[in-house]
Write a protein that binds this ligand. Structure first.
Ligand code: B4P
Length: 190
């Protein structure tokens, strides 16, 4: 298996690039944001709980996200590998992922981190909000999401730096330019 984490602040293009990477490398795309939005749309107990947090731009509690992910991992262990998109978002989630992949004789091969300036993140998310109607894509919530990223999510970088798996990638430019940069790193790591 070949497993990568696509990482970066909200609006850095994780979801956008995951769709392209999944096709090229035939990986299972596991987006915790998408799974949570699906649960919200279906009004499941997890979805109702997640709505409270996501609407404010806060992280959904680790226990809920971890519980949700376990089943999806086991359903796809015969695949070529995973793109984890939006997970891990805390050190606790990173440790959980490491232990659970080790139990299944595999690991994360690279944390690909998209680096994008704050003003560009805000611009992209406001633009997306106009079309998607996502309740977390409005200015006050976007600013909180970016702050939450710096406070709670950025420490995940250090976790993977210690494992020698951290790869920063410039996330400014066209979608295709950024995709080429990501593929360049993957070809080196594979
Ligand atoms: P996510 O769904 O992960 O979404 P995201 O961080 O907003 O976006 P992403 O980086 O994927 O941006 P995208 O490609 O769409 O998280 C949403 C919320 O879910 C979190 O705030 C949290 O509450 C909760 N959550 C999710 N996972 C969790 C976890 N593990 N633990 C706890 N809570 C969790 O790009 C954004 C826009 O930019 C798009 O409109 C796109 O078209 C545009 N764009 C992309 N690349 C571009 C480029 N190169 N140039 C111009 N525009 C570009």
């Amino acid at each position: 298996m070949f497993n990568i984490v696509i990482f970066g602040p909200p609006g850095s293009g994780k979801g956008t690039q995951s769709v392209k990477l999944k096709e090229k490398y035939r990986l299972v795309h596991l987006s915790t944001g998408d799974i949570l939005r699906d649960a919200m749309a279906k009004k499941t107990p997890l979805g109702v709980k997640a709505q409270e947090y996501m609407g404010k731009g806060e992280l959904v509690p680790d226990e809920d996200v971890i519980g949700m992910l376990m089943g999806v991992l086991d359903e796809n262990m015969d695949s070529n590998g995973f793109i984890f998109d939006g997970f891990p978002r805390t050190e606790k989630q990173a440790l959980f992922l490491k232990k659970n992949l080790e139990k299944r004789d595999t690991m994360i091969h690279a944390l690909l981190t998209l680096e994008v300036k704050r003003e560009e993140l805000i611009k992209r998310l406001i633009d997306r909000g106009k079309q998607s109607g996502r309740s977390d894509d409005k200015l006050s919530v976007i600013e909180n999401r970016i702050n939450v990223y710096h406070d709670q999510t950025a420490p995940v970088i250090e976790f993977y730096q210690k494992l020698d798996k951290y790869y920063p990638v410039a996330g400014m430019g066209t979608i295709d330019e950024i995709f080429d940069r990501l593929c360049g790193v993957i070809e080196e790591v594979k």
